[in-house]
Design a binder for this molecule. Structure first.
Ligand SMILES: Cc1ncc(COP(=O)(O)O)c(C=O)c1O
Length: 391
């Protein structure tokens, strides 16, 4: 019903992933494969195209007003897909999730305060924390016996200074692909109470569940800490509409909501008409498309994982969520410069570099598998050829 196999040429369309690849990686889009930036090489749900076409047919693009349908679309989605009742008044619309996180940092912490992240994690977290003059506190994830990441709260607790104010969790986790269990989320919530921390849960990947556990929204895992919790969400990853830069900061607690609203007002930001139109249409009409997408992504993830597992010393972490395969080259014994050169120069693939995700990412590369299957198969073939001497 939805054709994810159809190749779409994104070159020369201002696609960050394809049109910046040559200047940043030296990999030509003529024969290279872009697997870095986290967007998909797919069209969005048909409901999004229909809404944008209707907007173009009407043809007037003035300021946006009356967000009731937008908020109803969000609350309906959260209720239907996640069993989570969201109060419309708790939702603030920002220019994307990273912008929402930056506003949370400004609203809820002071310069010099510590903000904790579980590394390796999505690189923009450390970037905005540092850019806002807050102290970055990295809590390295540990690898469990089943090859998945786990938080080490005991180790983190032992290093705290008392200057930490906030934890930023990536749930599900990018780049590890973890869907945190209810128990893990509860342990983190307890930790936040003990150490008096505000918890910002970035759940942008929560709809992309390929295997394993069901995602638990933080407010359902730990309803007793709603007075110290903020959830970030968006349609951008779920429906491949990241260019619309429209995200949501969901603040259940009234006092925190007022502090957030003050920071939002100070930034002078109001909603982008196009982002709101897209997000509303996606939430209203994207269910069947998303179910099909998740099945397709699970197939791609399996092809990549099995393909790289045939290279001695290379392993992909189990990918339970996201479309971002986190591949460890440690077992090859190669330094990052060497395995990266083989991937970029020999295989002509542009992945994300592991070290940019912080401590613990150094021996990894991240491969975006949200592309037609034939391209994933070709990427695997090229990777196997680039490391053929290890066989
Ligand atoms: C965890 C996480 N948060 C936020 C973003 C980006 O959100 P936005 O484009 O809405 O700022 C990404 C993109 O990859 C992400 O992985």
């Amino acid at each position: 019903m939805f054709d994810f196999d159809a190749p779409i040429d994104r070159r020369n369309t201002h696609a960050l992933k394809w049109d910046m690849m040559e200047s940043l990686y030296g990999v030509s889009p003529e024969d290279g494969i872009a697997m870095w930036v986290a967007d998909m090489d797919f069209r969005p749900p048909p409901s999004v195209d229909a809404a944008l076409s209707a907007a173009v047919a009407h043809g007037v693009y003035g300021y946006f007003g009356d967000d009731r349908a937008y908020k109803a679309a969000i609350t309906g989605w959260m209720q239907r897909r996640h069993g989570w009742e969201v109060e419309p008044a708790a939702i603030a619309t920002t220019h994307g999730v990273v912008a929402g996180l930056a506003l949370c940092i400004q609203a809820f912490t002071e310069p010099g305060d510590g903000v904790i992240i579980f590394s390796p994690v999505y690189h923009a977290f450390s970037r905005v924390i540092r850019a806002n003059g807050r102290a970055l506190v990295e809590s390295p994830l540990v690898v469990r016996e089943d090859g998945r990441y786990a938080m080490d709260l005991a180790a983190l607790g032992a290093t705290l200074t008392g200057r930490e104010r906030m934890v930023v969790l990536c749930s599900p986790h990018n780049p590890g692909g973890r869907v945190w269990s209810r128990e893990e989320l509860r342990e983190l919530a307890d930790f936040c109470v003990v150490h008096d921390l505000l918890l910002v849960s970035d759940e942008i990947h929560h709809d992309l569940i390929l295997a394993g556990d069901r995602h638990v929204p933080m407010p359902l895992a730990a309803p007793e800490i709603l007075d110290r919790m903020v959830v970030l969400s968006s349609t951008s990853k779920t429906f491949n509409v990241a260019g619309g830069l429209t995200g949501n900061v969901i603040v259940p607690d009234e006092a925190l909501r007022q502090r957030f609203a003050a920071a939002h007002l100070a930034a002078g930001a109001t909603p982008n008409r196009f982002g709101v139109v897209v997000a509303t249409a996606a939430y209203e009409g994207g269910d069947a498309w998303l179910d099909a997408l998740n099945r397709y992504l699970a197939g791609n993830a399996a092809i990549l994982a099995e393909g790289v597992a045939s290279i001695p010393g290379v392993r992909a972490m189990p990918l339970d969520s996201t479309y971002l395969a986190w591949v460890d080259f440690a077992g090859t014994g190669m330094v990052p410069e060497e395995f990266t050169a083989r991937v970029e120069r020999d295989a002509r693939i542009a992945p994300s570099h592991g070290h940019t995700f912080g401590t613990g990412g150094e021996t990894f590369l991240r491969f975006n598998i949200a592309t037609p299957r034939a391209r994933v198969v070709e990427a695997v073939r090229r990777l196997q050829a680039a490391f053929a001497d290890l066989q």
